[in-house]
Design a protein around this ligand. Structure first.
Ligand SMILES: [Zn+2]
Ligand SMILES: [Zn+2]
Length: 178
């Protein structure tokens, strides 16, 4: 049995340092080692011209079809506007208790909302969304604690309100899972 491992795959361009910082935060929260890989898929195939967004349901199934023998969980990181049919947009989604999740930085940057660019804020928000989606893959559902990373976020303000950590309750559930 190999050590528990998470693969973080970047689809699109991300600075190596940015990815490493996310990997570090994930590792700190779940105590899994994290591998960073570069994904190569033709994103155009998942573009919905009517919505001018990318289909999150299809993309997560593509990520889920990838196998890394050393890896228990996979998180695909994107920089495109993701949607699922029932929602206007999503920051990310995951298979509850499954192998895979996806997240996008597209709607996490200040610039998207007409505010000045801030790399640190973008990094913090991305860490939260990535950890949140991975939490789902570990079987965690949404949490009512307003600062818990498993709190659902519909708007950017929700993301900013929470921390990048699991609350005590969620942490305990996670330990039961392991
Ligand atoms: Zn969620
Ligand atoms: Zn919680």
């Amino acid at each position: 049995m190999s050590l528990p491992n998470i693969t973080l795959i970047s689809f699109g361009f991300f600075e190596q340092d940015f990815l490493e910082q996310i990997a570090k935060a994930v590792q700190a929260e779940f105590d899994f080692t994290v591998n960073i890989r570069e994904g190569r898929i033709e994103l155009g195939e998942y573009y919905d011209p009517a919505r001018r967004q990318y289909n999150g349901n299809t993309l997560i199934s593509i990520v889920d079809s990838m196998t890394f023998p050393e890896s228990n969980k996979i998180l695909g990181l994107f920089n495109v506007d993701l949607f699922i049919p029932i929602l206007t947009y999503i920051f990310g989604q995951a298979y509850l208790n499954g192998k895979s999740g996806i997240a996008s930085i597209y709607r996490l940057s200040n610039e998207r909302y007409g505010m000045p660019k801030d790399e640190q804020i973008l990094l913090d928000r991305t860490k939260k969304e990535v950890i949140h989606e991975l939490g789902h893959t570990f079987g965690l559902i949404h949490c009512d604690n307003p600062i818990c990373v498993m709190r659902s976020s519909t708007y950017l303000e929700d993301v900013d309100q929470k921390r990048q950590n699991l609350c005590h309750n969620c942490k305990t559930k996670l330990e039961i899972i392991f």
